[in-house]
Design a protein around this ligand. Sequence first.
Ligand code: NAP
Length: 351
Amino acid sequence: MKSAIIDSFSDDISSVEVRDVPAPKPVAGQVRVRMTMAPVNPSDFNYMDGIYSRSFARMIWNHGAEHPTESPGSDLFPAPPYALGVEGVGVVEESGGGFLGKRLLGKRVAVVSGPPHGTWQEQTLIDARRAFPVPRSLSDAQACSFFVNPLTALVLVRHLLQVPRGAVLLQTAAGSALSQMVRNLARADGFRVIDVVRSRAGAERLKQGNSQYVVALENDDILEAVHRIAPGGVDYVLDCVGGATGSTVLRALAPRGRMVCYGTLSREPISLPPRDIMMPMTSIEGFYLAAYLARRTLFQRIGLVRKTAKLIESGVLGTSVEQTYRLDDLHAALEHARRPGRSGKVLLDLS
Ligand SMILES: NC(=O)c1ccc[n+]([C@@H]2O[C@H](COP(=O)([O-])OP(=O)(O)OC[C@H]3O[C@@H](n4cnc5c(N)ncnc54)[C@H](OP(=O)(O)O)[C@@H]3O)[C@@H](O)[C@H]2O)c1
C-alpha cells in the first residue's frame, strides 16, 4: 500500500516520499482503517519539521532526557521515520481484538492519530478508542476534518473561555478554517469577533463572508483599529500566529481579559513585557488539544465528540475545501497548503 513517509525532520516538502510499504497488522485494541480522505493541516507540517518534538524536548519533565515525552510519564513522542497525517476518515476493515474493535468492523470512522501511524496512507492502524463512527449525512470531505479544528474551536469558545453573550473576542490568522468556526459559534452564541489577517486580499475575502470587523495588518495598525471598535479593549484574544502579531494583540486586552496561544504560524516568539499583563491583570495561557483531551474522562470526550458531530452536520463547525489531490500528487498538495491566500482546506483523496 502507499504511504507518505519522512525519514528525518525537514521543512522541505520534497523530503516527504510516497512509498509502497506492507499493509499494517492491528494488535489487540487496535483497528486497521482503509483511509478515504485526509486534510493537510498546519499540525501536519509541525510533525514534518519537528517543531512538536523540539518543543516537548524543552519541557522540564524532559530535562536531560534523550527522547522527549508528551507529558510526564507518558510514552515517548514519535520520531521519524514515520507516516504523516494527523486525522482523516476511512472504513474499519480489521480488528486486532477487543470488544470495541469488533463493534467498529465495517463502519465508516473519523480518526485522529498522527505519526507514527499517520492518516496519509491507504491504510492505517489506530487505537479503537480514537475511531469514531460518523453519520451518513457527513460527506468524506467534512468527516475527514472532524477532530482537529472543530473540537478545538468548540472547546476554546464554549469550554475553556466560556465566552458570554455580548463579549468581544479578537482572533489572529482569521482566514483559517478554525477561525471561520469561531465566527459561526459567535453568531450562534451572541458575541462579537474582531478578525485580524495579514493581507488586504485576506481581509476582502472575509468581508465577503460573515466577518463583522476585519483588520488587515498590511493596511491597519491593530491597536488603532481595535480602539475604534472596542475602545475599552477586547475580552478575549485567540492567537495562533505569535511573533510581532501575538505580542501586539496581547495589548488589545481589556482589564482582566484572557489571551490563549494555540498556534505558532509565524514560528517567532512572543515578547511579553510583564507590566502589560500586570497592570490590567490580564492573563495569557496555552492550549493544546491533545493535552486538553488527555485530562478529560472517556465520558466527557464522548460528549464532546457527539456535540461536534451535530455542529458539523448543522454547518457551524463545517470546513471549506479549496482543492483535493490524489496521494501521488502529495508534493503539489503540500505546496498548495503552504500557499498564502487559500480560501479553504487542501484534502488528500486516499481511496
Ligand atoms: N493548539 C491546538 O490544539 C490546535 C488545534 C487545531 C488547530 N490549531 C492551530 O490553529 C491554527 C489554524 O489552523 P487551521 O487548520 O484552521 O488553518 P488553515 O485553515 O490551514 O489556515 C491557515 C491560516 O493561517 C494564516 N497564516 C499562515 N501563516 C501565517 C503567518 N505567518 N502569519 C499570519 N497568518 C498566517 C493563513 O492566512 P493567509 O490567508 O494570509 O494565507 C491562513 O488563513 C494553526 O496554527 C493550527 O496549528 C491548534
